[in-house]
Ligand binder design. Sequence first.
Ligand SMILES: Cc1cc2nc3c(=O)[nH]c(=O)nc-3n(C[C@H](O)[C@H](O)[C@H](O)COP(=O)(O)O)c2cc1C
Length: 185
Amino acid sequence: MIRETIVTTIDASGRAHLAPLGLIEEAEGWVLAPFRPSTTLDNLLSVPFATANYSDDPRIFAGLVTGRRDWPLIPAVKAPPPRLAAALAHAELAVVRVDEHPERPRFHCKVLHMESHAPFEGFNRARNAVLECAILITRLHMLPREKVDHEIAYLAIAIEKTAGPAEREAWSWLMQKRQSFYAEN
Ligand SMILES: Cc1cc2nc3c(=O)[nH]c(=O)nc-3n(C[C@H](O)[C@H](O)[C@H](O)COP(=O)(O)O)c2cc1C
């Protein structure tokens, strides 16, 4: 079971970094598995805490994978990394063990604190489509273009049928990124 969240980490100077990341469920907490190289990985090695933000805001997921990094943060309660002001809920995590791996080390975390801030108001297909497309956009360099085009054509149906303004804006950022990637590659 993997939950798609937005993870905040900090570097040794306290500078916060946000990245969409899957939290892998295990009996006593969550596992974070960032690929090398990444800022999230470097930060976890120097400050072994993370804050997992549970959000369904499509603009934050799409924004972070298209270079829009400036989302308001507020201090967390027990862990040093701050939380997203817009999080519906968040969990503050401490790393308890690291499984080393050349490509994808695994950080086993325990939950220090959890808090809810706003209600979850139900699924929206366009938001799910933005989430799936954001994952595709981070993998353009690994996937055949045909597969990317095919999947985006399918996801676009949910955008056309069920999106509001935030979902359309998020989708437009992802489509711009796809276009600029293929213009250069
Ligand atoms: C929904 C979603 C889930 C993701 N999950 C992971 C993950 O579990 N591990 C990972 O390395 N990258 C994951 N990514 C990609 C990272 O967010 C992306 O590579 C990011 O640049 C991390 O690198 P950074 O810490 O340098 O910003 C995910 C992206 C999305 C949109």
